[in-house]
Ligand binder design. Sequence first.
Ligand SMILES: [Zn+2]
Length: 126
Amino acid sequence: MRLHFAAELILELVTRKLSVEKIGAHIAETKARIDFIFDQHISTIFEDILVEYNDIIAKDAPIKTDYFDVENQRRYWEIEGFSEVPCGGTHVKSTGEVGRIILKRINIGGSKERIEIKLVDENAAL
Ligand SMILES: [Zn+2]
């Protein structure tokens, strides 16, 4: 749940900064990855987005979830003043629960860039 939310937050922050196309994502037990079409090193924005990420985490803002389409059971999460993101998954209750993360760039070739996300406090991942 923590890693899932960290990945969603990072995706949101990346797509605000760059016009990149997300081509895939995967959340495993200890790390998450998001792949983009981008012909430069995506790590150039890591410092900026980690500052924003850590700000959001430090605020321990509540994460609200609700339906945007009750009939079709489609849900979203929201951090007030930040973003609304459609997702039917299960989410932590506040940003402070997620904790700090480490980002790593992996060049997967062909103008594709991968961001790998790990929780700093891995033992508490579940
Ligand atoms: Zn989600």
